[in-house]
Write a new protein. Sequence first.
Length: 453
Amino acid sequence: MIHGSPTLSPTRTTADRVADVVRHAVRTGAVGPAHPVAGFVDVEGVRDSVAALREAFAPAPRVLHTFAAKAASLIPVLRLLAEQGMGCEVASPGELRLALDAGFAPGDIVLDSPAKTRAELAEALALGVAVNADNLDELCRIDELRGPGSASVVGLRVNPQVGSGSIGAMSTATATSKFGVTLRDPGNRERVVRAFAERPWLTRLHAHVGSQGCPLELIAAGIAETYALAEEINAALGERRITSLDIGGGLPVNFADDETTPTYAEYVAALQAAVPGILDGRYALVTEFGRSLLAKNGFIAALVEYTKDAGGRRIAITHAGAQVATRTVFMPEAWPLRVAAFDADGRPKDGPLLAQDVAGPCCFAGDVVAWARELPELAEGDVVVLRDTGAYYFSTPWAYNSLPYPGVHGFTVEDGGEVRLATVRPAQTLDEIAATSGLAYAGALGGLLEPAL
Ligand SMILES: *Cc1c(COP(=O)(O)O)cnc(C)c1O
């Protein structure tokens, strides 16, 4: 039984289920010469992760759990989450479009982002999407754009400046982070209180303290600061103006093994230790988890195309590199991934371990997803699996080398190991690559060198 996934089929471990899917994918060609790399989403796992999140917050009378769309920006995944009763956090016009197409009601969508244009704000306010302003200038734009009948809940993002986790690029509550109104800089607390005093429709505070690498206590401390600010503002205004707190996402994920740790229950416990009243309904709550809902519910499978030796090191050249594992390739210490080896029939490989670099298809030397990793000896036609890549990996590919976006499949596994796959996104075709690379404008540049008429 997998910790944190109480309803997974008890006879099959997570590793069994991955092996079932790999064998099935190889047999059906979902992974093979025509599709040398693909992503897979564990549909039951997603359902169970949502259930664990809900259960942890069950004592709170009013809570909207939104999914941070950037963690898995695929409409079928978003639709599945909508069907599980979640809302959606979006941070761009594209993500808003995906959320609407996935079927989220506008009132269950929250728009964040530090660079919202006037047009984006106007659209969100007309639709009734909740908006968290990133800064006080954005509030002034909302003053101009918000119609009197707007159904949008409007909040203000603050940065409690509680400090950094272990990955600087993932830490949003440092002294100098680009996000939110900094609370400890001189004069800002007063400015925030005044902003609320001047705007009766401003009813929410938002804080997202950080993502992978931030300890629970740091996240909880940031939320405690935000809660205290809400109390201070309501006291200063003499009314319960702030009615909801958006506490962000950022629960870290364990990439080392199959255990789900920390759990949502542990997160809530840390939160309650820092803010004893947080679940008592004094404020409605919004959460914005991404990675913790999807990461462990997805993996990448890729063919080994060649193996070679270089300078005494064995290298397996596979089809999964920086185009699907961008963060891991560029920051290997911060984002290590588990790699599992399968043979050409999709069966788990065993045999003596050999240190091998697992490299990708991109044409730059650093395109390696695992350096000197001890694995059974890989050979041409084998399959490597990159575990825990359900969030921010195959769903967010990088177009380097004009490599196609990989196909993505959802899966379920029955007790006997029978696998069912459903297409989430077909692999990008060469025609699509040409079209997004300016095919329709092929002659545009030479034309500039012709004399103007
Ligand atoms: C990215 C992001 C999230 C989700 O973070 P995870 O670490 O994936 O849970 C939530 N809120 C905001 C504002 C974000 O930018």
